[in-house]
Design a protein around this ligand. Structure first.
Ligand code: HPA
Length: 275
């Protein structure tokens, strides 16, 4: 692992702001508007951060937004990079590690995902209770930097139970339907075949996507508490009559924006109050 690169990224950020966030939230499709709710925000485009990888997919911006939501000191990662863009697993997690060294204690991961559990429906939200890393890659392979974390991190509670329960509680209080389930992380960029979807269902997955697992692993390595929410943008291949398109994913994400943002803001407010 190249810690110098992470430190370079941290220094770039610190040269632009002395704000020290407690909570980071990685915005998946449909959540971009959350950044508009950050009070007294400081915006840093990824281009201005040394070593930060730049997202290439439409619908994913690329900036950090620092500021407060109520009492919570937050940094929003608007845009992330994926393995399918050609980045190494180490590069994919560089932003999360940078925010870890900057001081975050909690990481909220969000994403768009296909529904694998046949009881799910597009537009629903799912609290990620666990994951299957099916990306054939782990960001911790290679020499371990003991100053960041241990060689063999425990993943028994990779998604913090208290935080996950809080998300459910906030959803219930606001009358937002919420599911719980296991997220299967694939490399993409192809959507899965129906046989692959059937496979992950047998393995225990409820939703499937192309992000999140590497970030979760890197954050757990650093002792950061992680939780996650998937927006089910479509039923996974073979579970609906129509073929999958990125447009469909973006369309459902846009339609879900209002309640997804509402839920995340409530969670952030509650976390701020608890501090
Ligand atoms: N599969 C993988 N990734 C996805 C999907 C899907 O069906 N929907 C949104 N992201």
């Amino acid at each position: 692992m190249n810690k110098e690169k992470i430190i370079k990224a941290v220094k770039s950020i610190q040269s632009k702001t002395d704000f020290v966030p407690d909570i980071a939230i990685v915005l998946g499709s449909g959540l971009g508007k959350l950044a508009d709710f950050i009070e007294n925000s400081i915006v840093i485009p990824y281009e201005e951060i040394d070593e930060f990888p730049k997202p290439t997919v439409t619908g994913h911006g690329g900036k950090l937004v620092f500021g407060k939501v109520g009492e919570a000191k937050v940094v929003v990662m608007q845009g992330r990079v994926h393995l399918y863009e050609g980045h190494s697993p180490e590069k994919v997690v560089l932003p999360v590690r940078t925010l870890g060294l900057l001081g975050i204690k909690t990481l909220i991961l969000t994403n768009a995902a296909g529904g694998v559990n046949p009881a799910f429906a597009p537009g629903e939200l799912m609290v990620i209770r666990d994951h299957l890393n099916l990306q054939c890659a782990n960001p911790l392979t290679g020499p371990n930097d003991d100053s960041l974390g241990t060689r063999f991190p425990d993943m028994t509670e990779a998604y913090n139970k208290k935080l996950s329960d809080l998300i459910v509680e906030c959803a219930v209080e606001n009358g937002i339907d919420i599911r719980n389930g296991v997220y299967a992380g694939m490399t993409g960029p192809t959507y899965e075949t129906p046989a692959e979807v059937n496979m992950v269902r047998i393995l225990g997955a409820d939703a499937i996507g192309m992000s999140t697992v590497a970030e979760c692993i890197a954050a757990n390595h650093m002792g950061i508490k992680v939780c996650g929410v998937s927006l089910i943008t479509n039923m996974a291949a073979g579970l609906s009559k129509t073929k999958l398109t990125h447009e469909e994913v973006k369309e459902t994400a846009d339609q879900a924006t209002e309640y997804f943002v509402e839920l995340m803001l409530k969670v952030l407010l509650r976390l701020g109050d608890a501090n």
